[in-house]
Design a protein around this ligand. Structure first.
Ligand SMILES: [Cu+2]
Length: 68
């Protein structure tokens, strides 16, 4: 199990938080996601043999936001 905090650009409300959470949780291997609107970040617990950092960045992109 691994843990990472991604800085995310473009979040402005709780809807953004939900979209990003949902997109990340849709990835196989992502166990837990805590998105903070105040900090502009997402803390992710994941299985590093199942999901890569670039897949997680892509999931954030797909939700319409950017990883800094
Ligand atoms: Cu929003």
């Amino acid at each position: 199990m691994a843990n990472i905090v991604l800085k995310i650009k473009g979040m402005s409300c709780q809807h953004c938080v939900m979209s990003i959470t949902k997109s990340l949780k849709g990835l196989k291997g992502v166990k837990d996601v805590k998105v903070s609107l105040e900090k502009g970040s997402a803390e992710i617990n994941y299985e590093d043999n199942l999901v890569t950092l670039s897949q997680m960045q892509e999931a954030v992109d797909d939700a319409g936001y950017t990883v800094e």
